[in-house]
Design a protein around this ligand. Structure first.
Ligand code: AMP
Length: 378
């Protein structure tokens, strides 16, 4: 059997982890990324060209069996060009929708998936009209290229609109109702080429300054009812897109009046989707029998059976942002697995993550304590 060669648009840490999962299955990897020091570049062939460069794309495409992308801001036209030469998974249609917060929210609505109230904004008048309809507080966001809380501002008072328009106006925007959520959850699912699906348990995500710091899996207080609700939404998205590979949906959970998170009256509002492996799924490297990386391409897209998503106990993932604490001290924590992305330290940059898995939540929290202290998470 000749090895399949997988082309990955983007050579970041998610691409690196895809290769770490795919190489043992005999896959070869080629990355396209303009950054010479892209973290995935050391694990496969690295084509150092711009994502738009026609010659670079031609060179990258040669002999590929399947193509994927590890972040969603790659040009749709480049993905389309590649799709004429090899199958691109997840489908280009999913990439196109996920690149624009307005198309994404319209798509959720078409499929009856609840979202925060929203409106497109192209002028100061449209902003004022939308705020009159949606109310305050609200969040003004760029429709494209926003991530980790970048390209957005919270508006609390009517006078905030002027300053926000001044700093953000000029590009297509969307305004959303500010959701007083009880917590943020994500669902990661995978769909294979034959339509088979599998879903990991919902994960609870904790952000600081818009950046994911910690994920807990399964989400504490996880219930079958909440899981089924999230899976029903994901299934509709996957089927309507004829999806292949891993899909992540981020939700805001609003609990019923007298109940805590996960209660029967909980509502899930779809915040966004990512047509790719996701940082909130990194715990699965040790926490599930087959990780999201193994399921995305090797299993999902190559047409092989999906891997077992069964989860080992309770897991946590802590992101290392901006700097890496003492490696010896992190590894001295029982059960800690360290993943470093081989990136130069910079403020706000994701440099690695630590995963922990334990038999029960009590043990997990005991193990988390020293790690949280090392990471300055209190
Ligand atoms: P995003 O870049 O859209 O993923 O947003 C980053 C973070 O901002 C989210 O994880 C939320 O914590 C917060 N956020 C974004 N949109 C809203 C909203 N409509 N209501 C409340 N918080 C939000």
């Amino acid at each position: 059997m000749t090895a399949l060669t997988v082309g990955v648009l983007g050579g970041g840490q998610l691409g690196r982890m895809l290769a770490l999962a795919g190489v043992p299955l005999g896959l070869r990897f080629r990355f396209l990324d303009p950054a010479r020091d892209a973290p995935a570049g050391r694990l496969g062939e690295h084509v150092v060209e711009d994502f738009h460069d026609p010659q670079g794309l031609r060179h990258f495409a040669r002999g590929l069996d399947v193509v994927t992308y590890e972040f969603e801001n790659v040009p749709v036209e480049s993905a389309r060009y590649l799709a004429q030469r090899a199958p691109v998974y997840p489908p280009v249609g999913a990439l196109q929708i996920a690149q624009d917060r307005l198309s994404e929210k319209n798509f959720f609505q078409q499929l009856d998936i609840p979202t925060p109230a929203f409106a497109p904004v192209e002028s100061r008048k449209e902003l004022d009209d939308a705020l009159a309809r949606i109310g305050l507080p609200a969040v003004l966001k760029t429709r494209r290229f926003g991530y980790d809380g970048k390209g957005q501002q919270v508006l609390r008072e009517p006078r905030d609109a002027k300053a926000a328009w001044k700093s953000m106006g000029g590009v297509p925007l969307i305004v959303e109702a500010f959701v007083p959520f009880s917590r943020e959850l994500s669902l990661i699912g995978v769909r294979a080429r034959d339509g088979a699906t599998a879903f990991y348990p919902l994960v609870e995500n904790h952000h600081r300054d818009g950046i994911l710091r910690m994920s807990l899996a399964p989400a504490p207080g996880h219930t079958e009812a909440l899981q089924s609700l999230a899976e029903a939404h994901a299934r509709r998205l996957m089927e309507s897109l004829n999806y292949v590979g891993v899909l992540t949906i981020e939700f805001f959970e609003q609990s019923g009046d007298d109940e805590g998170a996960g209660g029967e009256g909980s509502v899930l509002l779809a915040a966004e989707m990512a047509p790719r492996v996701h940082k909130s799924g990194n715990w699965r490297l040790e926490g599930a029998r087959a990780s999201q990386f193994e399921n995305h391409l090797p299993r999902g897209a190559a047409g092989w059976p999906l891997g077992n998503i069964e989860v080992a106990g309770h897991c946590a993932m802590l992101n290392l942002i901006g700097s890496v604490p003492c490696v010896e001290a992190m590894l001295a924590v029982p059960g800690a697995h360290l993943h470093l992305y081989d990136k130069e330290a910079q403020p706000g940059r994701k440099l690695g993550h630590v995963t922990l898995c334990a038999e029960d939540e009590g043990e997990l929290h005991a193990q988390l304590k020293p790690l949280r202290a090392l990471l300055g998470l209190g």
